[in-house]
Ligand binder design. Sequence first.
Ligand code: HEC
Length: 168
Amino acid sequence: MRQAMLGALILIGIATSTTVIAQTGPASEKLRRGEYLATIMDCSGCHTPGVFLGKPDMQRRLAGSEVGFQIPGLGVFFPPNLTPDKETGLGSWSEADIVKAVRQGVRPDGRTLAPVMPYHNYSRLTDADASALAAYLKSLKPIANRVPAIVGPNEKATAPYLSVVMPQ
Ligand code: HEC
């Protein structure tokens, strides 16, 4: 009787630990895939503070760029904060919102992103990869960093930006 109980207890122990592995295994594999994709797709090459000043702030990786892109006739666009900070980042976005912005260039408010954000090429992402990338962004430590607001085509920019210079 005692032996049977012990056996049952051991069995429960094994069952619980396998469940834990079954839950953390694929989830962390998915996050690792997301991190890999974020790295090779170079999200931080645009979305990290200091990156265009030659001094990427890796402590605040993916927390947005203070340097914008000017697109002639469209305005100046700053790569936003991709960490899950509620006020200044993607904290209130769902994974589906992120997938839609990355693959179709459409934000939850319906605005289409400026084409500096390479969503045309990212539209080729598979569902599994898009989901891994979004889950990875949601797993980051939230960092509060508000990037400058978009500057309209006829407004004067007050934050630094990269531009296309047409030959005279
Ligand atoms: C060449 C620069 C560049 C690269 C590389 C890039 N982005 Fe962007 N991204 C931008 C810019 C600029 C914007 C803002 C465009 C706008 O506001 O219209 C943006 C906007 C976004 C937005 C919308 C955020 C918001 O608050 O509106 C998301 C989400 C996003 N990028 C995710 C990513 C991810 C994920 C990657 C990597 C897989 C990536 N971006 C790579 C430049 C880039």
